[in-house]
Design a protein around this ligand. Structure first.
Ligand code: HEM
Length: 431
C-alpha cells in the first residue's frame, strides 16, 4: 500500500483497522524511528518497535511525559493554552513528571493494587451479569458496543469514583466527546475542534467542582473523596491537578476497557470454534482478556518530550524534540510476539505495551483485566451463539480509539440449566 509517515495523524486511518495494521507493519519494518511533520501539527518522531518504546519509557529523566503528551492540532494546543494555561488542556497524571507525579499517583495507587482490586471481584461480577442480562430484552440482535460494551466499564468506573448512576450517560457522552473530537460524528455542531474541546473541558470542570464541594462536606468511601480531600506530598492540590485527576479516572478506564471488550468479542466471532473453546476451558479467559487488550491496544499512543540529546536506533533525537510512542504498532511487533498478527486466546507470556511501561504504566491495569474477564465469564454463561450481523465501525481518532458499533445476532442459552455459571477461575488481580 501507498503510505506516508504523516498518515499517522489522519483520523481516518484509525477508522480502517486493516489499513492501520498494514501502516503499522510498514512503520516497524521500514521506519522504526520516523520523522512526522503533518500539516497543522508540530513535528514529532514516531517510534513503533516494542524494544525502543521500552528503552524510552525506562528513562523518564531523559524522556519527560509533559508538556506535550498526545497528538493535538496546533489550534487545539493554542486554545488549551489560552483557556487552561497549558497545552494538554487536562493536567492529569499522564503529563506530570518526577516527584509530583509520584506524590499524586500515590494518592490512589493503593486503591488500584491487585489486593484491593480483588475485593471488588464480587461487585464487578454482579455488574457484568447485570449488563450481559440486557441481552434478554434485546430480541436476539443488538449493537454490542453501544448497547452493552460502553455501559458496563462506565458503571464500574463511576462506582469506583463514586458518581451516581443518573449522571452516567452524561459522563459517557463527555468521554466520547473528549477522545473523539476529530470524529465528524462526534464534534459539537457548528464548533471547530478547538472550540469543541474547550467546551467539553468546561463541562467537566462544572461537573467535578460540584463533586468536590459535596465530598469535602460529606466524605465517602470512594475515589472522588480521595481526590477532593487529598493532600499528596503534604500540600493542597492545585485546581488543575484536582480536575485532571477526576478526568483521568473518569475517562481513562471505561472507553479503553469497552474497546477491548468489543474488539475481543469481534476477534472471537471471527475465529470459528474459539467461543466454544473458551467456554469449554474457562482457564483461558485470563489469557484471552490480556490478548484482547494487546489486540485492540485502545490507547494508540502517548508522547514523550526529549530533555537531552539521545541516540535511538541510529537516529539522533535532540533536546526539545517530541516522540510519539506508538503502542498500537508495538503491540503487533513480530520481534516481541510470536505470530504477532494472530489473536491467540492461549497466548502465554504477553508483555504487551497496551498499558504503557515505566512510571506511568496504567494504574488501572488490574481492574481492566478483572472487568474484561468477569464480562466474558458472564457472556459465555449467557449466550449459546453470537455472530456478526453487519460491519463493525471504528472511531476515527488517533489517541484512544476502537469499535464504536458492533452489530451482532445471538441466541441465548436455554433455561434448562445451561444458564448456570460454569465455573469462574481466579481473577487476573490474584496473579
Ligand atoms: C484496556 C484498558 C486500558 C488501557 C489499554 C489503558 C492504557 C493506559 C496507558 C497506555 C497509559 C499510559 C502509560 C504510559 O504512559 O506508560 C495509562 C495510564 C493510566 N490509566 Fe489506563 N488503561 C486502561 C484501563 C484503565 C482503567 C480501568 C483505569 C482506572 C480508572 C485506568 C487509569 C489510568 C490512569 C490513572 C493512568 C495514569 C497513570 C500515570 O500517569 O501515572 N486505566 N493507561
Amino acid at each position: 500500500m501507498d503510505f506516508q509517515i504523516n498518515d499517522i495523524a489522519n483520523p481516518k486511518l484509525y477508522g480502517d483497522p486493516a489499513r492501520l495494521q498494514s501502516f503499522y507493519a510498514w512503520l516497524r519494518a521500514e521506519h522504526p524511528v520516523a520523522r512526522a511533520e503533518p500539516e497543522g501539527f508540530r513535528p514529532f518522531w514516531v517510534v513503533s518497535r516494542h524494544a525502543a518504546i521500552r528503552e524510552i519509557e525506562r528513562q523518564p529523566e531523559i524522556f519527560n511525559a509533559g508538556p506535550r503528551n498526545t497528538l493535538m492540532p496546533i489550534m487545539v494546543e493554542q486554545a488549551n493554552r489560552q483557556y487552561f494555561g497549558f497545552e494538554a488542556g487536562v493536567y492529569s497524571l499522564v503529563v506530570i513528571d518526577g516527584e509530583r507525579h509520584q506524590e499524586l499517583r500515590g494518592l490512589t495507587q493503593n486503591y488500584f493494587l491487585p489486593k484491593n482490586i480483588r475485593k471488588l471481584e464480587a461487585l464487578i461480577g454482579d455488574l457484568a451479569r447485570q449488563y450481559v442480562s440486557r441481552l434478554d430484552d434485546l430480541g436476539g440482535a443488538c449493537d454490542f458496543a453501544a448497547d452493552l460494551a460502553f455501559w458496563y466499564p462506565l458503571r464500574v468506573a463511576m462506582t469506583i469514583l463514586g458518581i451516581d448512576e443518573t449522571d452516567e450517560a452524561r459522563m459517557l457522552h463527555l468521554t466520547h466527546e473528549l477522545f473523539g473530537s476529530s470524529d465528524p460524528d462526534i464534534v459539537r455542531p457548528g464548533m471547530t475542534q478547538a472550540e469543541h474541546l474547550v467546551a467539553v473541558n468546561q463541562d467537566y470542570v462544572a461537573f467535578f467542582d460540584e463533586v468536590t464541594k459535596d465530598r469535602q462536606a460529606n466524605p465517602r468511601d470512594d475515589v472522588a473523596t480521595l481526590i477532593a480531600n487529598g493532600r499528596p506530598g503534604d500540600r493542597d492540590m492545585t485546581p488543575a491537578e484536582r480536575m485532571g485527576y477526576y478526568i483521568i479516572i473518569a475517562t481513562a478506564g471505561h472507553d479503553t476497557t469497552a474497546a477491548s471488550i468489543a474488539g475481543g468479542l469481534k476477534a472471537l466471532m471471527d475465529m470459528p470454534g474459539e467461543i466454544e473453546r473458551l467456554r469449554a476451558d474457562r482457564n483461558l479467559v485470563k489469557s484471552f482478556a490480556n490478548e484482547a487488550i494487546r489486540w485492540t491496544a485502545p490507547v494508540k499512543h502517548f508522547f514523550r518530550n526529549v530533555v537531552e540529546d539521545y541516540e535511538l536506533g541510529g537516529v539522533m533525537l535532540r533536546r526539545g524534540d517530541h516522540v510519539m510512542l506508538s503502542y498500537g504498532a508495538a503491540t503487533r511487533d513480530e520481534a516481541a510476539f510470536e505470530q504477532a498478527d494472530m489473536f491467540r486466546l492461549d497466548r502465554g507470556l504477553n508483555n504487551h505495551l497496551a498499558f504503557g511501561y515505566g512510571p506511568h504504566m496504567c494504574l488501572g491495569q488490574f481492574l481492566a483485566k478483572l472487568e474484561i474477564e468477569a464480562f466474558f465469564h458472564a457472556l459465555l454463561d449467557k449466550v449459546e451463539t453470537i455472530e456478526p450481523h453487519g460491519p463493525a465501525i471504528y472511531t476515527e481518532a488517533a489517541f484512544v480509539s476502537g469499535i464504536k458499533s458492533l452489530p451482532v445476532k445471538y441466541r441465548l442459552r436455554e433455561k434448562d440449566g445451561l444458564t448456570e455459571p460454569t465455573g469462574r477461575p481466579e481473577i487476573a488481580a490474584a496473579q
